[in-house]
Write a protein that binds this ligand. Structure first.
Ligand code: BGC
Length: 912
């Protein structure tokens, strides 16, 4: 049987309000037969009775992102979409969906921007009362703001987006949102729009500069109503609106919000029209930010300093909602923090100048407070003002992020690795809030291009990031200039700075990754000039030498190997990094030109790429294959970007291996080297080394952070140290996704799922086990449907189960097998004898004290040799420390004691 699921328009299920003149349609085939391929499709789009596009029967297997090619679409119109397909087994299936266009053209915007006459001392509320005569069939509200806004109609919230209109490059374009408000309308109506400063006028950027886009906030709205009897009525923001203030007294992204329920709406006067173009308004392209999860506090406790603190158990991003029942005038204050300091006190220094304080003033009786004009990054909240009335159940953390579809999952036999995957996922949730941000808590939260670039591939396997990044890349393109290249943050509020390697290369890398992950050719078309422009900018700097050796560079940002005076850029020559990325970007432009059929460009950039590669070799690799810079990252780039000659690869790999050994099997890489290190090792016959690096539990490593209690990815390998103290450089975020880039290796190598053709039309399934993990089970909702691989290696037996989606094919390469099996769609299961022994002894010197004590046998043993070892509060602080870390701080005999305990616990395990 064949069925179709998930018929989407522009990646969305029945979207309302799209401004895309030629939206793309996709669907997923679900088949009970194996080896199913689509043999033909037909798309029909109609407006009521009228068919506006009939593709006719197309004998093709394409089922992803087929562009509309009918008559020009009309604005504000709901179209019906019908897709019929047949497969190679003669089965047929059909699906129906719809999409609704937005305003499409600025000509259709009849509303004007409105603002206040004089700035009120609270957030301005714009208000309009109106009556309707007739039964409403359908009503749409189109709205936006210079600032961030919330709309209510007769007290009910329009839509469920948060922090609309989001953050775009405001001088170039501003998103508007479309809300179905049919159900909110009555005979007598009141429409209110509250506008906060948001990213527009609020202090923003690490200089805390206000008014980055202008000094005045404004609102715009157009309400279009159709009555049952066919009449239509439009209401727009214009000079007749009133403004005043309501309960929101203060609302800023960094500083937080004050909601005063003792203050009712109070009118001030008539609005002023604000002279600002409407031509830049465009329908929201990406998924809105929404509250996606609600979490209750795990516990409340009092810190040594006496602070009353809620612990939500997870570092997250959003706001705390409070349901209070207090006397009128009670003032409740919430402070937010990601971590406690080593003494267990509330710690906010790493927020720098961001106050992150919300205040709720009670009106009396049961009431709900929900900040709408701010967001915070926090796990803990300090509560002030409740005294005896404190009730933990009053508080709920509302987790907010861009509402992308979650597509990837990963689970394995190693608990800490599962936690790491969850941490990566939470890093994405916390930092994909309309723009990809470096961090969500301090006075930064900027769209750093470098961070986004290194994480993009992982992000694309956790959630569907197509629209999110397409939107952001449009801003990147509009803020890029021939003179300065691509800014370091998008949207750019830092003024003109010269482009920098690995950061500005987001311009080429991210479009290519979207193409690979989703088969999205349009993003390549849209971004091509930007991609090319970035390479041309570097060409201008590098000139005939083909070496980029000038200007400011971030290098291998935050690497642990440090050059004197350059502790943030790491020890790798920053210009080696720059030239390596010049080669990569040029290669991606050449490949893109091939995809787009631009043969001349393809040839020209292939030639340039080769020139850069040769220049790189001359400058950075000696004739005998010695690297001029022998850091881990330099070796990784030379090999992973295919810059080194084949004859030199082995020597450079050896250099890399030696470097890793010198660091006791650890990585010391920063933002640039980390994403590629394990990929390179696994691809180059050193998969075991990758596995060891990956499973290291002492500093520096991913699992060291897990051992120290991380619930997100940290900015630095040593954001928190073993004794609970912090890096205090003022740059220490506990929610920074960059090092989460290991997620793509987990999905592509450990689980073995990667695309061979863009969008997973052809798939490689090649799971590569490592010692220490005995089973992995991962899945990915690809554009063609569910792909999964689960392997288990136990008692010398390997089982691998694979699901290949319909309309694709896969090349399966099983562990320890030489042959590659070509399969079509379906489920496959393989069981065979293996020589692999992946199980590790459960306890080792990398086990933490907490883990040892999870085994009841450990307690008497430790008590015997170190009385008080298990019950003392101080000792609890040492729970996250590994045996290696603990014995380093103990008298010489401690080693032997711990070894004895480890051996005893492992013996007991086998007895069981
Ligand atoms: C950010 C980074 C960013 C870096 C570049 C930091 O402040 O948080 O992650 O890429 O600056 O300088």
């Amino acid at each position: 049987m064949l069925t179709l699921k998930k018929l989407t328009t522009e990646f969305q299920n029945s979207p309302v309000g799209i401004d895309e003149p030629s939206p793309r349609f996709s669907w997923i085939l679900q088949a009970s037969d194996k080896n199913t391929l689509q043999s033909e499709y037909r798309i029909r789009v109609s407006n009521g009775e009228e068919t506006v596009w009939d593709s006719g029967t197309v004998k093709d297997s394409q089922s992803v992102l087929i562009p509309y090619a009918g008559a020009p679409l009309l604005a504000r119109t709901t179209y019906t979409l019908r897709v019929t397909v047949a497969d190679n087994h003669g089965e047929r299936a059909e699906a129906e969906g719809s999409f609704e266009t937005g305003l499409l053209d600025a000509e259709n915007i009849k509303a004007s921007w409105i603002t206040y006459q004089t700035e009120p001392d609270a957030l301005p509320v714009y208000r309009k009362q109106f009556s309707l005569d007739g039964k409403v069939k359908n009503a749409r509200l189109y709205a936006s703001a210079l600032g961030v806004y919330g709309v209510t109609l007769n007290g009910g919230k329009a839509g469920d987006s948060c922090l609309a209109p989001g953050w775009t490059s405001y001088p170039h374009r501003i998103h508007y949102q479309v809300y179905d408000v049919t159900e909110l309308l009555h005979k007598e109506n009141e429409l209110r729009i509250t506008v906060g400063k948001g990213w527009y006028t609020g202090p923003f950027g690490f200089t805390n500069t206000p008014n980055n886009y202008g000094d005045t906030t404004a609102a715009i709205a157009q309400l279009e109503i159709t009555f049952e009897d066919g009449r239509a009525q439009t209401l727009v923001t214009d000079g007749s609106w009133e403004y005043g203030t309501g309960s929101v007294k203060r609302g800023e992204i960094y500083d937080g919000e004050t909601i005063d329920h003792t203050a009712a709406y109070s009118a001030i006067g008539t609005v002023k029209l604000f002279d600002h173009t409407v031509d830049i308004l465009t329908a929201q392209k990406n998924e809105p930010v929404r509250v996606k999860q609600r979490i209750k506090p795990r516990k409340v406790f009092t810190t040594p300093k006496g602070e009353v603190v809620l612990d939500f158990g997870q570092n997250l991003v959003g706001v705390i909602e409070a349901e209070l029942d207090c006397p009128r005038g009670t003032e409740v204050t919430l402070h937010h923090a990601e971590v406690l300091d080593k003494d267990g006190n509330f710690y906010t220094e790493n927020l720098r100048a961001a106050r992150a304080v919300d205040t709720f003033i009670c009106g009396g009786g049961k009431e709900l407070f929900h900040p709408e004009f701010t967001f915070h990054g926090f796990r803990y909240a300090q509560v002030e003002g409740l005294g005896e009335a404190f009730d933990i159940n009053s508080f709920t953390a509302c987790v907010m992020f861009s509402d992308m579809e979650e597509i990837g999952s990963f689970r394995c036999s190693h608990k800490k690795v599962n936690r790491l995957w969850d941490n990566i996922r939470w890093g994405q949730r916390g930092n994909f809030l309309d723009v990809p941000t470096d961090c969500p808590q301090r006075d930064e939260r900027l769209g750093w291009t470098g961070d986004a670039q290194v994480f993009a591939s992982t992000a694309a396997t956790i959630m569907n990031t197509a629209l999110f990044f397409e939107k952001w890349l449009i801003d990147l393109k509009s803020e890029q200039t021939a003179e300065h290249g691509v800014p370091h943050i998008i949207p750019n509020i830092m003024g003109n700075v010269e482009g920098a390697a690995a950061w500005s290369d987001a311009a080429t890398i991210i479009p290519w990754q979207l193409y690979e992950a989703y088969g999205d050719v349009r993003v390549l078309q849209t971004q091509y000039e930007s991609m090319k422009g970035w390479v041309e900018y570097i060409r201008g700097k590098a000139g005939m030498s083909c070496l980029w050796q000038s200007g400011f560079q971030y290098g291998d940002w935050l690497a642990l190997d440090k050059e004197e005076f350059a502790d943030r850029t790491g020890a790798t020559d920053v210009y080696l990094v720059a030239t390596a990325y010049y080669a990569l970007s040029t290669e991606l432009v050449a490949k893109t030109a091939r995809v787009l059929g631009l043969e001349d460009d393809a040839k020209a950039y292939e030639a340039l790429h080769w020139d850069i590669v040769r220049a790189f070799r001359r400058e950075y690799i000696t004739e005998t294959g010695r690297m001029a810079s022998e850091t881990q990252t330099a070796c990784v780039l030379a090999l992973y970007f295919h810059l080194a000659a084949d004859k030199h690869r082995e020597r450079i790999l050896q250099t890399l291996k030696t470097n890793i050994q010198k660091h006791n099997g650890h990585l010391v890489t920063g933002f640039v080297g980390t994403p590629y290190l394990c990929h390179l090792l696994s691809d180059s016959g050193l998969h075991d080394v990758a596995g060891e690096i990956f499973l290291k539990e002492d500093f520096p490593s991913w699992l060291n952070c897990v051992n120290l209690g991380a619930t997100t990815i940290w900015e630095r390998w040593d954001s928190m140290k073993a004794d609970g103290s912090f890096d205090e450089s003022g740059m220490n975020s506990f929610n920074h996704y960059a090092y989460g880039a290991i997620g793509s290796w987990m999905m592509q190598t450990l689980a073995g799922l990667k695309p061979l053709q863009p969008g997973y039309k052809e798939i490689s399934v090649q799971p590569m086990p490592i010692k220490g993990i005995t089973h992995v089970s991962a899945s990915l909702e690809t554009p063609y449907g569910l792909l999964s691989c689960a392997w288990r290696c136990e008692n010398k037996q390997m089982t691998v189960e694979v699901t290949v989606p319909a309309n694709t094919s896969a090349q399966i390469k099983l562990p320890e097998k030489d042959e590659t099996i070509s399969v079509g769609s379906g489920r496959y299961s393989y069981t065979y004898a293996t020589t692999l022994e992946l199980a590790k002894e459960r306890y080792s010197r990398e086990s933490t004290l907490g883990e040892l004590l999870e085994n009841p046998a450990a307690k008497p043993y430790l008590e015997n040799i170190m009385p008080g070892m298990t019950d003392n509060d101080m000792i609890k602080l040492a729970y996250p420390m590994t045996v290696t870390q603990m014995s380093a701080n103990m008298p010489p005999g401690a080693d032997a004691v711990f070894d004895g305990l480890i051996a005893e616990l492992n013996r007991l395990e086998t007895e069981l």
